[in-house]
Design a protein around this ligand. Structure first.
Ligand SMILES: Nc1ncnc2c1ncn2[C@@H]1O[C@H](COP(=O)(O)OP(=O)(O)OP(=O)(O)O)[C@@H](O)[C@H]1O
Length: 268
């Protein structure tokens, strides 16, 4: 059987930002992403892990078309988008949705849940009014929320419920891939595992490609099929999660694992 095109593919992607200060070696410029190759395929979660400032969010923004690379190529389902117009990129970029860290800012505080979910369907002219209402009910149930939340404002929901609504919103237009950028960091520890499990279930049920970004290797290990370790804008190690975790090759990965001793090196 021929190999399927990845949903998203980055080839030698660089992103530099002009800044007032820059870095020690590069005044007035930050090389946020420095030659990254990555691919996202159906039914797999790629975990991206690294310390704050290593370029994870910038990579995510390139993956969903929010950020144009300074150099390199981006492909959505085999189609290179890097040189397309903004309108064409948006059209092609509809294959990818994003879930951000803080659902409180991702959602409109003055719009009830039902309207938040209908909104992307209306924008993308999906179905009739009746189709959209049916789709909203499906989405609410897919993310494990009761129908009663439909008429609630985000402020009336818990943090975990709000993140479920944000996930439902991301799923509304039936994307091929979801990019979740630190989706549990703003949540109470008690609900983090529930959101991770929900993302894992949705990936499996819908055959989504998923990118899960976190500075916390313990969270990434829980959900990822493959792991890419980033340091200073580069991928220093990438492979099946079990290999990267059990047999890290790069000293930076070893440091990250060493800084998270609870599972690898139990105290007793
Ligand atoms: N719009 C921007 N303008 C200037 N510099 C930026 C911009 N966005 C990111 N950077 C810089 O690029 C580098 C990578 O940032 P990025 O947010 O991608 O890292 P990160 O690993 O996601 O970090 P965090 O977990 O803190 O969000 C950092 O040095 C950051 O300060």
């Amino acid at each position: 059987m021929p190999e399927q095109n990845p949903i998203i593919e980055l080839k030698d992607v660089h992103v530099t930002f002009k800044t007032r200060t820059g870095s020690l070696f590069n005044p007035n410029k930050v090389h946020a992403v420095a030659g990254v190759d990555m691919s996202v395929v159906s039914g797999q979660t790629l975990g991206i892990v690294g310390e704050s400032g290593c370029g994870k969010s910038t990579t995510a923004n390139v993956m969903c078309g929010l950020q144009l690379p300074t150099a390199g190529s981006v492909f959505f389902k085999g189609e290179e988008v890097t040189k397309r117009s903004a309108a064409q990129r948006r059209r092609i970029g509809r294959v990818v949705s994003v879930v951000f860290q803080d659902p409180a800012t991702a959602l409109n505080a003055r719009m009830v849940v039902k309207e938040q979910l209908i909104d992307p369907l209306r924008v993308h002219k999906v179905g009739t009014k009746g189709d959209r209402e049916a789709r909203v009910r499906d989405l609410i149930s897919m993310v494990g929320l009761p129908d009663s939340v439909m008429d609630a404002l985000p402020g009336q929901l818990s943090g975990g419920q709000r993140q479920r609504v944000a996930i439902a919103r991301a799923l509304a237009i039936k994307p091929d891939a979801i990019i979740a950028d630190e989706p549990t960091s703003a949540l109470d520890v008690s609900v983090r595992a529930q959101i991770l499990n929900l993302l894992a279930d949705l990936k499996a049920e819908l055959g989504l490609g998923m990118v899960f970004i976190s500075h916390d290797i313990q969270t990434v290990r829980y959900i990822s099929d493959r792991i890419a370790v980033m340091n200073a804008g580069k991928v220093v190690e990438e492979g099946p999660a079990s290999d990267v975790l059990a047999n890290p090759q790069h000293s930076y990965t070893k440091t990250l694992l060493g800084a998270a001793p609870s599972l690898l090196h139990p105290a007793s």
